[in-house]
Design a protein around this ligand. Sequence first.
Ligand SMILES: [Zn+2]
Length: 344
Amino acid sequence: MGHKCYFCDNPDIKDVKTGYRGIPDYYNCPRCGIVNLHMDTADDMLSERFREKDKQIISIWIRNEYEKSNRKKPSKRLTLEDLDKIIKQYSPLNPLEKMDNALLIIEKASGYVGQQINISYGLDYPYYHCFGGGELHSILSLLSQEGLIKVPDQANPHNHLSISAKGYQKLSEIKKPGKDSRQCFVAMWFTTEMSEAYDKAIRPAIEFIEEGGTSPRFEAVKIDNVEHVNDINDEIIAQIRRSRFMICDLTGYRGGVYFEAGFAYGLGLDVIYTCREDWTKEEILKDNDGNEIKTLRDKNNNEIQIKKEGVHFDLAHRNRIEWSPDDLEDFRIKLQNRIRAVIF
Ligand SMILES: [Zn+2]
């Protein structure tokens, strides 16, 4: 009894579950969504550990994760480390980004074209990356002034609002992938023998500085150098969506790499393929004595055909840069030239 939300102070929390010390570590907050904390984290929440602004950031994060699951499941049980990471990694949206984001949310909430929806300033502001109901009111007013939403009453743009034709036009612009992005997503095999190729060739090729320039035009992102709180697949999808183009290294015949390449291709991103020369063609394997091995047995004694796979035939006909680990400088130059030629 008498509990309130750790992050937004709302007293109307429901479905409260408490840990063995009687401190809530799970509840449904009308503002934040389902809050799911590690027991030790819940203990610490009572100690006023976080500043007001930080609590708002956590509220925004939790609510957005909850909405991403279509209000079905809570985030994983968050530890203090997770909360610190969420605060550290949060980059606030600028006003134009908030308007775009709001339009996307309104579209998602609309069941059909022209449907009128209602928004609650007081309960929905974290979903809209706002730091209070007043800010959400201002964002909706701006959308209305720009003609992106239709509202019956200008003073109360949260009531019976719907997306206008201009709003739908804007939405189709917003959804073009990587439009203004400088990010290049690198899909590759994660192994120590590949990290040298990334450090000495791939990354420098992406982050080159034009003559007379002071900073690189593009920035390389691979998923192990982005710390993630989310499910890794969500994070990969989000990072690819945010990217201007992709470098896809096919060395090692990795399923994950092919998945990422297919997703980027479907989004219409430019993808540049590379592959270490020893992995381009298929090869019969041999044991230590030089005898060919074509089959092995699994635990049910079924025969499994094996070979070292080359580039999959779906991609075999695509232009790619083949490289040798003995000449990474050559790889860097070829890749850099390709980027300069095809990415604008
Ligand atoms: Zn809350």
